[in-house]
Design a protein around this ligand. Structure first.
Ligand code: PBG
Length: 326
C-alpha cells in the first residue's frame, strides 16, 4: 500500500495553500539582523560599488534608516564602523568618542527596542587592516585579547545590547566576558563568530568597511574552508568560554557546517549570509540571469532549513518586503 500509485507525493503540492500548510521551514523578518556601515562625518550616504543598495551612512542619517528597518519588522542591526583615523593599535575602536560609540545612542534613541549588536574587531580600525595587534609581522593573539575586551566594554558602556566578536582570536570570548562582567555588564550577551572561515566571499565587505589587510591574508587566524570537525571544536571552545549565541560564517557555501553545529549544540545559532553571497545574486539579477526575489528567498530558506535561528543578511530589508507581499 505504501507505493505508487497509491502513494503520490504530488497530492500535497497541488496548490499554494496546501504547500504552505506542510512547509517545514518558514522565514520571517523576525529572523534577520541587518548590517549597517557607519561612517564618520555628516551627511554621508555612499553606495558600495559591489553591494548595490547598501550604503555607508553617517550617524546623522541613521535615525531614519533604523526607523525603516523597525517598520519592516526586522528586530536587530549589527553595526560596523568606519573610523576617522586608523593606527597600528586600532585605538579608535575603543574610544568613547569613536564612530560606533556615538552611533549606538543615536540608534537606541530613534528605536529603543531595536536590538543593537556591535561587531567587535580591529580590522576596520588598524592601519594594517588585520584583526589583531601586529608584533614582528604577525598577529599576536594574546596581546589582542586585552584590546578586544576594551572594545566590547566601550560598546556596552555606550548602550550596545549585544557584542559580536569577529576577530577569531583564541580566548577572546572569555576575555570579553571578563571585561564586561568586571564593570557590571553581566547581562550583555556575546554572539561569537565561532566558526568563521578565511573566505574569499568577504571581498565586497572589505570595500564597504575599508578593511582589506595591507599585507598577507587572514588565513593564520580564520578557519580553513575544507574543515568541518574543526568548526565543532571552535564552537565548543566559544561555548565553554561563555558565548550566548554562536555563528557560522559564511552561510551559503557552509550549510553543512550550520547543520553539524545545529545537531551538536543547543545554543542559538546565527549564520552570516555574507557580502559576496549578496553580490553574486545582485550581479546575476542585474544581468537578468536570475530572479532576485525568488533566489534570495530560496537561499534564506536554505540557511534556515540547515539549522540557523538567526540570519545576518544584506537582503533583510528587501526580503522583509517580499515576505509581506508573499
Ligand atoms: C571583520 C569582519 C569581516 C566580515 C564581518 N566582520 C571581514 C573579514 O573578516 O575580513 C565579513 C562580512 C561580509 O563579508 O559580509 N573581521
Amino acid at each position: 500500500m505504501a507505493e505508487f500509485p497509491q502513494v503520490r507525493l504530488h497530492r500535497l503540492r497541488r496548490w499554494e495553500q496546501l504547500r504552505k500548510m506542510i512547509a517545514e521551514t518558514e522565514i520571517n523578518a523576525g529572523d534577520f539582523i541587518y548590517p549597517l556601515f557607519v561612517a564618520s562625518g555628516h551627511g554621508i550616504k555612499r553606495e558600495i560599488g559591489s553591494m548595490p543598495g547598501i550604503f555607508q551612512l553617517s550617524t546623522d542619517l541613521l535615525a531614519k534608516e533604523v526607523e525603516e528597518i523597525a517598520r519592516l519588522g526586522i528586530p536587530a542591526v549589527i553595526l560596523f564602523g568606519l573610523p576617522e583615523t586608523k593606527d597600528e593599535l586600532g585605538s579608535e575602536a575603543y574610544s568613547p568618542q569613536g564612530v560606533i560609540q556615538k552611533a549606538i545612542p543615536t540608534v537606541k534613541e530613534a528605536v529603543p527596542d531595536l536590538v543593537v549588536v556591535t561587531d567587535v574587531c580591529l580590522c576596520e580600525y588598524t592601519s594594517h587592516g588585520h584583526c589583531g595587534i601586529i608584533v614582528e609581522g604577525h598577529v599576536d593573539n594574546d596581546r589582542t585579547l586585552e584590546i578586544l575586551g576594551k572594545i566590547a566594554h566601550s560598546h556596552a558602556a555606550a548602550g550596545a545590547d549585544m557584542v559580536a566578536p569577529s576577530d577569531m582570536m583564541d580566548g577572546r570570548v572569555k576575555a570579553i566576558r571578563e571585561a564586561l562582567d568586571a564593570d557590571g555588564f553581566h547581562t550583555t550577551p556575546i554572539m561569537s563568530y565561532a566558526a568563521k572561515y578565511a573566505s574569499s566571499f568577504y571581498a565586497p565587505f572589505r570595500e564597504a568597511a575599508e578593511c582589506a589587510p595591507q599585507f598577507g591574508d587572514r588565513r593564520s587566524y580564520q578557519m580553513d574552508p575544507p574543515n568541518v570537525r574543526e568548526a565543532l571544536r571552535e564552537v565548543a571552545q566559544d561555548i565553554a568560554e561563555g558565548a550566548d549565541i554562536v555563528m557560522v560564517k559564511p552561510a551559503l557555501a557552509y550549510l553543512d557546517v550550520i547543520r553539524k553545529v545545529r545537531d551538536t549544540f543547543n545554543h542559538p545559532l546565527a549564520a552570516y549570509n555574507v557580502s559576496g553571497e549578496f553580490a553574486m545574486v545582485k550581479a546575476a539579477a542585474q544581468k537578468g540571469w536570475l530572479d532576485e526575489r525568488a533566489v534570495t528567498l530560496e537561499i534564506l530558506s536554505a540557511i534556515k532549513r540547515a539549522g540557523a535561528d538567526i540570519i545576518i543578511t544584506y537582503h533583510a530589508k528587501e526580503a522583509a518586503r517580499w515576505l509581506r507581499s508573499h
